[in-house]
Ligand binder design. Structure first.
Ligand SMILES: Nc1ncnc2c1ncn2[C@@H]1O[C@H](COP(=O)(O)OP(=O)(O)OP(=O)(O)O)[C@@H](O)[C@H]1O
Length: 239
């Protein structure tokens, strides 16, 4: 589904993402973990085409998309829910959701199914998103991405700014996507949740991937070590 090879992304001279490679297969659920500033958002934005790549490549469904505009990647089935949600505050929930259909990809997602998946949005259907709670905004942002019927859904910090209860609700909704076969790459800071929700954990430190393992083969301690740089090399077995 996604193949990232030796990716470098820079802000001026600063290498925010350094020599990152990863392969994500169809149906994989992958959590991206790392401290503030580790390069997670930069990597996700580069994969989605929102940031130019300095070197390396991104392939999506066997096609090199390294130089492809983000709008074309959405049409191809790659959708990013960015950190901070980026909704149109003066438009209603329904209007924001309908924006997701402008790419006209066929699939099972339509506005009725979004409201079934996120029942907390039903009563807010005609409210401007600027007036919504954080959880409602997050659900709208995820719903808008789903309206494009993505094959790969990338979620940057779904839990950011939400209360634990609302995070549970958002995850319960995302959980229903697993059954639908959608491939998901998400940033999750809660290691327990990352391990229980996803099949694979990728940890970044200072722009590099320092751990990439199936969650059944790792644990909180090993990921914590990688997170703080106590883990020496990628894919190193815990001793
Ligand atoms: N527009 C920018 N210009 C210059 N440097 C930037 C820019 N955006 C991010 N950076 C730097 O790049 C590095 C990686 O940032 P990035 O936002 O990708 O990290 P992150 O892992 O997503 O962090 P967080 O969890 O805080 O969102 C940081 O050192 C950050 O300061």
């Amino acid at each position: 589904m996604l193949s990232v090879r030796n990716l470098d992304v820079r802000y001026g001279q600063f290498r925010a993402v350094q020599d990152v490679s990863m392969e994500i297969a169809q149906g994989d659920i992958v959590s991206l973990i790392g401290a503030n500033g580790a390069g997670k958002s930069t990597l996700l934005r580069a994969i989605a085409g929102a940031l130019p790549v300095y070197s390396g490549s991104v392939s999506f469904k066997q096609q090199d998309v390294t130089q492809t505009p983000s709008s074309t990647r959405v049409k191809q089935g790659l959708s990013l829910v960015p950190e901070g949600r980026r909704l149109f505050a003066d438009m209603t929930v329904e209007e924001n959701l309908l924006l997701g259909t402008t790419v006209k990809r066929s699939g099972d997602w339509n506005i009725d199914r979004i409201f079934e998946t996120f029942p907390n949005l039903v009563k807010r259907r005609h409210s401007k998103t600027g007036h919504l709670s954080g959880g409602e905004q997050q659900a709208t942002a995820i719903g808008r991405a789903l309206m494009s019927n993505p094959d790969l859904l990338i979620l940057d910090e779904v839990s950011l700014g939400l209360s634990p209860l609302v995070v549970d609700q958002v995850y319960a909704s995302i959980n229903s996507l697993k059954g639908a076969g959608t491939t998901i790459l998400l940033v999750e800071q809660d290691l327990g949740r990352a391990i229980s929700f996803s099949q694979r954990a990728i940890c970044m430190l200072e722009g590099k991937v320092v751990l990439d393992k199936p969650t059944c083969d790792t644990n909180k301690e090993e990921i914590t070590q990688a997170y703080f740089g106590l883990h020496q090399s990628n894919n190193q077995e815990a001793s």
